[in-house]
Design a protein around this ligand. Structure first.
Ligand SMILES: Nc1ncnc2c1ncn2[C@@H]1O[C@H](COP(=O)(O)OP(=O)(O)O)[C@@H](O)[C@H]1O
Ligand SMILES: N[C@@H](CCC(=O)OP(=O)(O)O)C(=O)O
Length: 380
């Protein structure tokens, strides 16, 4: 007797915990303002999944879009300060709309605002994880967004796609669903015409030749590029992803054959430093000698002062920095334990000579291995 192959997507139908991310483009009308009917339609679908026993965490964009109308703006603000002001006004309205729509189904929501830093600093990370876990246990639907008002240009997600991938990892989601304004990934920007739909992606090799652009809808940010980055983070840590349109959220969550299905490529792993591995911005660079590069790539070593040949940038202890080889290849990212001004006097020195000269406290590692993540360049 032959057993019919079980579609991977059946995983979704039986998932216990799912992170759903909805983009600004799916929540706004042609005028760029919040589309309440679209929001309610999404909530109806999510509430039905909750009723079926699935714990849903919603990562929702739309704060800036929701602030456009009330502030009398005509389009999405380009400068950071006005975008932050719009997010400040819009986030309250967005969550009020969700609170009302979920309440119609007898469900409570909880607002969770995160910054990129919350996903790398150990204390913040643990806090965020604890709070999200408790909300889920209490039967609340967490509604997550980036804390736009305090996020700085230097360290921010900017789009919610990667944030959703990190949240998926944080809450140990069984699957992540990315909802946008196209029904699937295509082999080129669909607006151009002639592009073909891709139904399954089993690994990076399936993306070779696929053209994705960073320009999305006028209210969205990051286009398909940040979604593919988010997919790499999630699938690389064992979480399958479905990418489809908000209109197909119901079938997607039920495990039907809609959108693009991305199969996991890696295993679940320690996740605190995931964002650091994929961060666009670091505050400085440490140049390493060959021995230090080999030691870090071995996977067990911390970075000692003796392996550093040069320091670049202006950082403080606790900031994210890149570690590069003599040829300039990024080997790792990590949280540094000295200020930039302190490092030059440590260069090339053994920890015992540092202790003798500067006293205890200066014999510590420059980047501890618990605060360090190796960088493997994505193949595009
Ligand atoms: N290869 C591709 N396949 C599908 N969509 C693509 C592709 N390349 C670019 N896009 C664009 O990405 C857009 C979605 O990104 P974005 O506007 O940032 O959405 P969201 O607000 O949902 O995050 C789509 O509207 C589409 O035009
Ligand atoms: N935090 C921002 C999200 C930025 C954004 O537009 O993201 P997305 O639509 O998901 O590409 C907001 O709520 O407006």
């Amino acid at each position: 007797m032959t057993i019919a192959p079980v579609s991977d997507r059946s995983l979704l139908a039986g998932a216990g915990r799912v992170v759903v991310k909805v983009g600004s483009s799916s929540l706004t009308g042609a005028d760029g303002r919040l589309d309440h009917a679209a929001l309610r339609a999404l909530v109806d679908v999510l509430a039905a999944r909750r009723a079926a026993g699935v714990r849903v965490v919603l990562v929702s964009s739309g704060a800036i879009a929701a602030g456009i109308g009330p502030l009398g703006l005509h389009s999405r603000p380009r400068d950071l300060a006005t975008a932050q002001a719009a997010a400040s006004v819009g986030q309250g309205l967005l969550v009020a709309a969700y609170t009302e729509a979920f309440a119609a189904h007898g469900l409570r929501v909880g607002q969770v605002l995160l910054t990129a830093e919350d996903t790398i600093r150990r204390v913040n990370y643990r806090n965020a994880r604890r709070a999200l876990t408790r909300l889920i246990e209490l039967g609340v639907v967490p509604i997550v967004n980036e804390n736009d008002t305090v996020a700085t240009d230097e360290i921010r997600f900017g789009d919610n796609d990667r944030l959703a991938a990190l949240v998926s990892n944080l809450v140990h989601a069984d699957a992540m669903v990315l909802l946008t304004d196209v029904d699937a990934l295509y082999d080129g920007p669909p607006a151009r015409g002639g592009a073909r739909k891709i139904t399954t992606v089993s690994g990076p090799a399936d993306l070779v030749g696929v053209e994705v652009t960073g320009r999305g809808a006028s209210v969205g940010t990051g286009g398909m590029v940040t979604k593919i980055d988010a997919v790499a983070i999630a699938t690389g840590s064992g979480i399958p992803v479905v990418l489809t349109s908000a209109a197909l959220a119901g079938p997607a969550l039920a495990g039907d054959e809609v959108g693009t299905w991305f199969t996991p490529t890696g295993r679940r792993r320690s996740n605190r430093l995931l964002w650091l591995a994929h961060a666009a911005h670091t505050n400085g660079r440490l140049v390493l000698d060959d021995g230090a590069v080999r030691a870090l790539q071995g996977g067990l070593a911390s970075l000692l002062p003796a392996g550093i040949t040069a320091v670049e940038g202006d950082f403080e202890a606790g900031d994210p920095v890149e570690m590069v080889s003599a040829a300039g290849t990024v080997v790792a990212r990590g949280l540094v334990s000295f200020d930039a001004v302190e490092v030059p006097s440590l260069l090339g020195r053994s920890t015992s000579s540092l202790r003798e000269e500067f006293g205890p406290g200066y014999d510590r590692v420059v980047v501890h291995r618990d605060d360090l993540v190796l960088v493997r360049r994505p193949r595009r």
